[in-house]
Design a protein around this ligand. Structure first.
Ligand code: SAH
Length: 397
């Protein structure tokens, strides 16, 4: 902690921070008064020496400062406890209960850059993605124990972005013990979740509310769920009355969990699992003439960096084009993009291009985003990463 150190930023940066953005990039630093160690909390000032806020500094990263507060308050254990309690209060006010599974802290969007806390019933799964937050790990874990009295706390800091902060990847049980997978029920559906080996912290909690809205689009239909992972959309579709569901996933590692979840819910006769590359498989069955009443697409982020945008746009266009081609007339396309670098309007344009190439029109029925436990800061478009759209395929003539 070095709260007396002051970092002067460019006018352009000061202006952006004044709108509520939380990042200072490496080329926006104009001067340093005092000393710091990477991971310290320092003060940010504008060109005239006026206080802007306090945040973590790490000159190893292009995002050199991440603000924690715009006020000149003390950033101590109480500060972090208050922030976590506020984040929890916000979720409980929206209807989640203490027994539920949801994201409690969503990093910058909850003014805690570099901290993710997910709750799976009585177990917490946490991630530290910035050096500053990583250095406070013991304090944060202590606060979490105090607020939640959890059965177990798992650290899933095995996430690539840590390398940008000069941090090693880490995965361990920090508190309590965890035996095998965690059994959970969400919206009437049972899931066996691998909290130590699963993607993210084990599950895609950010799509929960989107899964809840698919009922009218899947009921009575033959549904394709591409990029199925452990089958969440496929299971919701079956539960909501789909006639049949085909779940396509190419990772051998997750297929066993997908099958386990199907058995857990007794949907063996309804959901067929295909281990295949979705792009290839969709092309093949299109040629064979197979069609669906609803196609669900939830691919991984095709674009991890700004440089890879072109390839990603092609990926999204291709997969949505294939999805549209596989739909019957009047069928529903339920499509997502979790790429932070593809904006909502760009995604919409990609869908337009795909519909032109598919020779159909696409009538948008729902436009949604990440679940409410993953809030978005209007001042930080970077926090709006998930795009979720439901469209109806309409013939051109
Ligand atoms: N829909 C899921 C989450 C999908 S995550 C849910 O709601 O939980 C994306 C998934 O796509 C991952 O499981 C990944 O293994 C899979 N995947 C990535 N590339 C693929 C490809 N080319 N074909 C099929 N699956 C793929």
């Amino acid at each position: 902690m070095n709260p007396n150190t002051k970092i002067k930023v460019t006018d352009r940066c000061a202006k952006r921070l004044s709108t509520g953005h939380l990042w200072v990039f490496d080329n926006e630093i104009k001067g340093i008064e005092g000393s710091y160690e990477n991971g310290d909390i320092i003060c940010v000032i504008d060109g005239k020496g006026r206080f802007i806020g306090k945040g973590f500094i790490n000159d190893h990263s292009t995002i050199t400062i991440r603000l924690l507060t715009f006020s000149d308050e003390e950033v101590n254990r109480n500060f972090f406890k208050r922030r976590i309690e506020n984040a929890l209060r916000h979720r409980l006010a929206l209807g989640w209960s203490q027994d539920d599974s949801f994201r409690i802290v969503s990093s910058e969007a909850d003014f805690l850059p570099g901290l993710i806390v997910d709750k799976y019933g009585d177990t917490l799964s946490i991630q530290f993605t910035t050096l500053g937050m990583d250095r406070l790990k013991d304090q944060i874990v202590d606060i979490l124990k105090e607020i939640f009295s959890p059965e177990a706390i798992i650290e899933r800091s095995d996430i690539e972005v840590r390398t940008k902060e000069g941090l090693k990847l880490r995965k361990e049980v920090l508190y309590g013990s965890i035996e095998g997978k965690k059994l959970l029920k969400q919206d009437g559906i049972s899931f066996s979740i691998d909290l130590l080996e699963g993607h993210k912290t084990g599950f895609y909690l950010d799509q929960r509310e989107n899964r809840q809205v698919i009922k009218p689009f899947v009921a009575g239909k033959k549904v394709l769920d591409c990029f199925s992972y452990t089958g969440a959309f496929a299971l919701y579709a079956a539960y909501y009355g789909a006639k049949k569901v085909v779940a396509v996933e190419d990772s051998g590692k997750v297929i066993s969990s997908l099958k386990e979840n199907i058995e857990l819910n007794g949907f063996e006769n309804k959901i067929e699992v295909i281990k295949a590359d979705a792009f290839k498989w969709m092309r093949e069955i299109y040629k064979k003439g197979e069609r669906f009443g609803c196609v669900i697409l939830d691919p991984p982020s095709f674009v991890k960096s700004k440089g890879a945008r072109d390839g990603a746009q092609r990926g999204y266009k291709d997969i949505n084009l294939l999805g549209l081609k596989l739909l019957e007339e009047g069928g529903y396309l339920i499509t997502s993009s979790c790429s932070q670098n593809i904006s909502a309007s760009e995604f919409m344009n990609i869908l337009k291009d795909a519909s032109v190439d598919a020779g159909c029109l696409l009538q948008i029925i729902e436009i949604r985003s990440q679940s409410k436990d993953h809030p978005i800061l209007v001042s930080m478009p970077e926090t709006h990463y998930l795009k979720f759209i439901v469209g109806k395929k309409i013939p051109r003539k």
